[in-house]
Design a protein around this ligand. Structure first.
Ligand code: ATP
Ligand code: MG
Length: 252
């Protein structure tokens, strides 16, 4: 599996009632890169991410995935897009009443991938990939938070997507477990050439996984650049967010 997708948002606007969350936002995500979207809580990161696979449709603007504007697609066509664009939801979202193995097998069954034996093999392979060998028969509530995230990642990768959307993959995890997830995101991207979008307010995680960081503020992308460029940004909002303090006064 090699691949990646180009994703581009242009003039993206979305309001919920009088709450204008996105206002004519532009953002390009390059094929095969890991782009991190940073922003304050409530700034619209999850809303933006859900536009990228059509879980939310915009009031105005376009979301191009390769050459398709998915903002214009019917639900049936979006189904195809979502096959190519896996998503790790903010809460993990495993089915509590299914075993870990059944959870990961679920999309394979839903899309009738291969024979029953092929699916069993694929489940075992995915569990190995995320370091969860031997947990097939366990129930989600028997696993730690970090293990549940990994299982959810295995499920999201089951259909060999070309891109992955991660919503707060490390939030609520201890630093060691969070780092394991960061490593897994990096490895997955390197191994499969995925285009990855990671939404987070965890700066350590952003720094580790990002090829580029985009900063979402006031409904728009305030700035986008490499980790180095963002960490040396003189923009007061970005400096404050990255805890670098106010910008130095020029000439001093
Ligand atoms: N389905 C919805 N209906 C109405 N309002 C919504 C909906 N989804 C999100 N919002 C609102 O949109 C705004 C942005 O929410 P969003 O969840 O994208 O923030 P976020 O940046 O992901 O925050 P966090 O870091 O806390 O996850 C919030 O004011 C939220 O209340
Ligand atoms: Mg969110």
């Amino acid at each position: 599996m090699t691949g990646g997708l180009d994703i581009a948002c242009k003039g993206l606007s979305k309001a919920f009632g009088s709450n204008q969350v996105l206002s004519s936002l532009d953002l390009e995500i390059r094929r095969g890169e890991t782009l991190v979207i940073l922003g304050h809580s409530g700034s619209g990161k999850s809303v933006l991410l859900k536009h990228l696979n059509g879980l939310i449709s915009p009031d105005a603007g376009s979301v191009m995935v390769d050459s398709t504007d998915i903002a214009q697609l019917a639900e049936s066509a979006l189904f195809e897009i979502r096959l190519n664009l896996g998503m790790l939801f903010q809460g993990g979202a495993l089915f509590d009443s299914l075993t870990i193995g059944q959870n990961i097998r679920f999309p394979l069954d839903q899309h009738s991938v291969g024979t029953s034996e092929d699916r069993e093999e694929r489940v075992a392979e995915l569990l190995r990939l995320v370091g969860l060998d031997g947990t097939q028969e366990q129930m989600p509530d028997e696993l730690s938070g970090g293990m549940r995230k990994r299982a959810a990642l295995a499920r999201a990768l089951a259909l060999q997507p070309l891109g992955m959307l991660y919503d707060e993959p490390t939030t609520g995890l201890d630093p060691v477990t969070a780092h394991q997830i960061n490593v897994l995101i990096r490895d997955t991207q390197a191994r499969f050439g995925l285009t990855s979008v990671v939404v987070t307010h965890d700066i350590a995680s952003a720094t580790y996984v990002a090829d580029r960081i985009a900063f979402l503020y006031d409904g728009k992308i305030l700035a986008v650049g490499s980790v180095e460029e963002m960490s040396t940004s003189e923009h007061p909002t970005i400096r404050e967010f990255l805890s670098a303090g106010p910008a130095p006064v020029k000439g001093t």
